[in-house]
Write a new protein. Sequence first.
Length: 339
Amino acid sequence: MIPWLSLAAFGQGLTALNPEPPPGFDLSVGSCEGCHSEVAAQWAGSRHAVAGTNPIFWEAWTRWPNGWCVNCHAPLAEGQLATLGGLARPGSFPRPQPPAGLWAEGVNCATCHVQDQQILSSREPSTEALLAHPVRVDPGFGGADACASCHEFPFQQPTAPGEPFAIGETLAQATVSEWALSSAASEGRSCQDCHMGRHGHAFPGAHDSERLRSLLKVEVQPGDQHAVFTVSAPGAAHRIPTGDPFRRLILETCADAACAEPVDEVVFRRVFASTGQGWVEVLDRTIPPERPGQPAQRQVQLSTAGARSWRLRYALADHRHEHVLAPEERGYVVVEGAL
């Protein structure tokens, strides 16, 4: 078993965090931004900052309020107490109130960096940092283990969100395991190398449309009544799409330029089915991560009879309630072309 797949690794996924900050500090971003204004500004534009308040999460969670979800999206106990009147617990939960307190900061600085009245870092601190607060250096903090507890977890049993709460064996999110088998991992590139790098604490991901547009490529080989499409993601270190199972890439051929009249489509996603005892993956049509000798690509054939155009779009939200979301929350067109 990969180390982060042990139940102990799901700390943030099972219990709220109640870290004790260094003396003179609290758990809010405001406690950090006086000295770390650039980092705080990067974080403010990230999905971490809105993890507990963004419409995709909030719409889904208010329909199915499960404490297990909260412990990654709004992990700090103080924020849960202010919003829920108690700590989130796995399984069904009372319908939530509007976010209050630290809940509104989502996954903030303290979530990752505060431990036992110290600031956790992957690098040796400067003299100024040590004068400001105690620092504990952990080189592993700069690797996949720092991400795994919220980006690698199994499905609940089919009875959830009722009681008793139970964890299955099939991974709902498998991003870290995908990375572990990729060329990126074998070459020593970590999650942080791609999702921080020059971006710092903005953590760009699937919601960054320009990032996806620079990554995904589509080649079209037209035929008589069909065309062969090769969708690739050179250098991808995990599946595309990865993360929540409801995320999907949709490739369509269309009878009109605006694609109001789809002709044919293929959906790139993972598909699961219930066995009555748990969930199993029955289809993986994602773009695989790049591995030695295996490019990150998938080839499909679509009908072009009566089609004038094609497009590849990224759907970010659960199809069951995406209709209530604003268009920019549902997703975006990655690339499109004429036939």
